[in-house]
Write a protein that binds this ligand. Structure first.
Ligand code: ADP
Ligand code: ADP
Ligand code: MG
Length: 769
């Protein structure tokens, strides 16, 4: 036992030693563990720091990636997008404008606009490019950040793994140590005891172990907490990753939108381009068409030009020659002017001379014409005898006394037949007016005489015949049917008016009466005053009547007034106008004075219109006293007139103008180139036959001495007086040769015989020299 005891003692010592070793070991281990836990604590500290760092990094990343910036960026993008959209709209508007104004697309302004738009488009594209670049940058950044995040995660995982390993190791060692403790416990009693002691002894160690275990627990808790934190962090990371993905999606979306907008823009640009192209094409095609037309025109013009070229050449040639001419023109003009002036002067001179010549010729012609006219009138007979038969009127009464005794020749208007005592006696005058002849017709025959008065000839028209045969009717006429007086004056007025361009004419009239060989002024203030006929004191041999009133007349009204005045004057001087008028000669003297303005030629013509006293033979009825004196005066003056006319017609050397007041007064108008007309008025009534016969005999006698200086015989043969006529009232044709003048008798010779007779007389005259 002692030995066992010693052995045990030994054993106990060894165990104690062992325990001591174990304790040492434990302390060492504890120390080790402590240091290791310290180390781990340091590691945890560093991990914590790292975690903190990571958290900070995450927050930083979050802030970098995060909401605000990205959102801002997004907002910016949205604003950019909005702006782009507005610009697009503006572009569309412009496009529409452009479409509207497509017509003048060729205009340079539109081209400019288009260029501007294109520029703008390129700008926008640049901007899009920029934004895209920025997006790419951002994407890169995000990638980097995610990389870094992954790295951090990896590191975190590594550290976690490390920690798990460490824990594993620690727990294994703990288990080991517990196992060893358990094995130790299962040793024999002493061991148990030892163990007990050890246990007692190792209470402290156990405590320490417990403490370390609790510490371990705490650490484990801490690790769990850390793990939780890590988990949270992971979650956070995940959420941040999610948000990043969201952001990326958003970015994608924006990109897509941007793309779409870009596409739209491109499309619109395309459309615009197309529009532009179309417009350009259209314009081009139009231009081509126009060009074609222009080309055609050009071709035409070219051909024209080709045809025009020769013309142009000739034109230029002409132009050059014209230019030369124009250059030479002033000189030429001056020369021509000089020569023209000279020519004109010469021409004027010539014209002047020809004018003078013409004037001279005209004057000569005028004289010649006058002479010719004169000659013509002379050939016709300066003295003409007309007969006028008045119609039978109511005043003639009724019965066989007023039977018509006058008949006419249908073929010859110069012949008249009178039935006298059962025999027909024919008379030939220059013209015979039947009862139906109007005043107008009578005047037409007289007209020529009246107009020659304007040429400066003196004219006398006498109305001869028994009272009541129509003398006054022929000369004065009635108011409704005026006679020669008024018509003559009217004709004179119209003729004078017609010649007014070259001639100045004045027409004046005087009216006088010769009763019982006394001359009275019918227009004077004292009509009863006797007027004298005197020679002009100027020695011209002209006669004039001092104190004879002369009225200047210009119209028919003037004449009518003058006539009225004359009638009143004549009527106041007698009790019975009709009777008085039949016993007096009424004279109307018209003076026409003319001045030819071009030649200065002056003419004076006198027209004497005489209503003679009745030619009836009063002496036969045995009148006495004043009636006889009247009859004698009338007879004398009518015989004197007959003598004068006869002398004139037969061209006798002496014309007995002075035998009566009447012939003396009319001397100027009966001699020379003067013209005389004797209008013999007869009544066709049976009761007037003898007077008619006398009148006609007188007429024929006046007319029969037709030609110039007729034979001496006729000159010597005395002119039968009125008395003689009365007495020698013999039947016609019964004693040819007894009736003095070369009467063709009272037979009715044919005109042929008459002209034959006058021709024979002319021949006789010519042979006798
Ligand atoms: P005288 O003057 O010769 O005595 P008048 O002229 O007084 O004659 O005429 C006498 C009448 O005869 C007047 O009543 C007149 O009207 C009329 N008488 C004369 N001649 C014509 C005639 N040709 N036509 C119509 N009546 C006439
Ligand atoms: P005087 O002028 O000398 O007085 P007139 O000429 O009056 O003369 O003539 C007087 C008259 O003699 C007139 O009746 C006129 O007819 C007439 N007589 C004059 N000479 C001639 C003549 N040669 N032949 C005819 N009768 C003449
Ligand atoms: Mg009368």
């Amino acid at each position: 036992v002692m030995a066992s005891m010693a052995h045990l003692q030994e054993e106990k010592l060894r165990l104690q030693e062992e325990l001591l070793g174990l304790q040492e070991k434990l302390t060492a281990r504890e120390n080790d563990e402590l240091s290791r836990s310290l180390q781990m604590q340091g590691q945890v500290e560093t991990l914590k720091e790292k975690l903190l760092e990571q958290a900070q990094e995450i927050s930083r990343l979050r802030s970098e990636l995060g909401g605000t910036d990205t959102e801002k960026h997004r907002d910016l993008l949205a604003a950019e997008n909005e702006r782009l959209r507005q610009e697009m709209k503006a572009c569309e508007g412009e496009l529409r404008e452009l479409r509207r104004q497509q017509e003048p697309c060729r205009d340079c302004t539109h081209l400019q606009e288009n260029a501007g738009l294109q520029e703008r488009l390129s700008q926008l594209q640049c901007e899009a490019e920029e934004t895209r670049a920025r997006l790419a940058e951002l994407e890169l950044e995000v990638q980097q950040k995610t990389n870094r995040l992954a790295e951090v995660e990896l590191r975190l995982k590594d550290s976690l793994a490390e920690r798990a390993e460490e824990e594993e190791r620690l727990s294994r060692r703990l288990r080991d140590s517990q196992e060893t403790i358990a094995s130790l416990k299962s040793q024999p009693q002493q061991i148990k005891y030892i163990i007990k002691t050890v246990e007692v002894e190792s209470a402290k160690a156990k405590q320490a172990l417990c403490e370390s275990q609790s510490r371990n627990q705490y650490l484990q808790e801490q690790v769990g907490m850390q793990r939780q934190v890590l988990k949270e962090m992971e979650q956070q990371l995940q959420s941040s990753q999610k948000t990043a993905a969201q952001l990326r999606a958003q970015i994608m979306m924006y990109e897509a939108e941007l793309e779409r907008a870009h596409g739209q823009m491109l499309e619109e640009m395309q459309a615009m381009e197309e529009e532009k192209n179309r417009a350009i094409e259209e314009a081009f095609s139009r231009a081509q068409v126009e060009m074609k037309a222009v080309h055609e025109n050009l071709a035409g013009v070219r051909t024209n030009l080709l045809t025009l070229q020769p013309a142009l050449r000739t034109l230029t040639h002409d132009y050059n020659s014209l230019k030369r001419q124009v250059r030479d023109f002033p000189l030429l003009l001056q020369e021509t002017l000089r020569s023209a002036r000279a020519e004109i002067g010469q021409a004027i001179e010539e014209v002047h001379s020809t004018n003078r010549e013409l004037l001279r010729k005209y004057r000569r012609e005028l004289q010649l014409r006058k002479k010719c006219h004169n000659e013509l009138v002379r050939l016709k007979g300066n003295i003409r005898v007309f007969g006028r038969v008045r119609p039978i009127t109511k005043e003639d009464g009724e019965g066989p006394e007023v039977a018509n005794t006058v008949t006419f020749d249908a073929d010859n208007d110069a012949v008249l037949h009178l039935l006298h005592k059962g025999k027909q006696v024919s008379f030939e005058l220059d013209k015979v007016f039947p009862p139906q002849a109007s005043q107008e017709e009578v005047f037409q025959e007289v007209q020529a005489l009246v107009t020659s008065c304007i040429d400066g000839y003196n004219v006398c028209i006498f109305a001869y015949g028994q009272t009541g045969a129509g003398k006054t009717y022929t000369m004065e006429g009635t108011a409704a049917n005026p006679g020669i007086n008024q018509r003559a004056l009217q004709l004179l007025f119209s003729e004078v008016r017609g010649k007014a361009a070259d001639w100045d004419y004045t027409i004046s009239i005087s009216a006088a009466e010769i009763y019982n060989e006394t001359l009275r002024d019918l227009l004077g203030k004292e009509p009863q005053e006797k007027l004298e006929i005197k020679l002009c004191p100027d020695g011209s041999g002209q006669l004039y009547v001092p104190g004879l009133t002369e009225f200047r007349v210009q119209s028919v009204e003037d004449i009518n007034k003058v006539f009225e005045f004359g009638h009143i004057n004549r009527a106041t001087e007698c009790t019975n106008l009709n009777e008085h008028s039949s016993r007096s000669h009424a004279l109307l003297i018209v003076t026409v004075r003319g001045l030819d303005r071009s030649t200065g030629l002056r003419t004076t013509g006198k027209l004497n219109l005489v209503d003679l006293a009745g030619s009836e033979r009063v002496g036969r009825s045995g009148a006495e006293g004043s009636r006889l004196r009247e009859a004698q005066h009338i007879n004398k003056s009518l015989s004197a007139l007959g003598d004068v006319i006869y002398a004139l017609r037969s061209r006798q050397g002496h014309v007995p103008f002075r035998n009566s007041k009447l012939t003396y007064l009319l001397q100027d108008s009966l001699s020379g180139d003067s013209k005389t007309l004797m209008m013999v008025q007869v009544s066709p009534a049976e009761k007037n036959t003898s007077e008619t016969l006398c009148s006609l005999k007188f007429a024929e006698r006046v007319r029969s001495v037709e030609l110039g200086p007729v034979s001496r015989k006729t000159e010597l043969a005395s002119w039968p007086s009125q008395e003689h006529l009365e007495v020698t009232e013999q039947p016609p044709g019964d004693s040819p040769g007894t009736a003095a003048p070369p009467g063709r008798g009272h037979a009715s010779p044919s005109p042929g015989q008459l002209s034959g007779r006058s021709a024979s007389i002319r021949r006789k005259l010519q042979t006798s020299g």
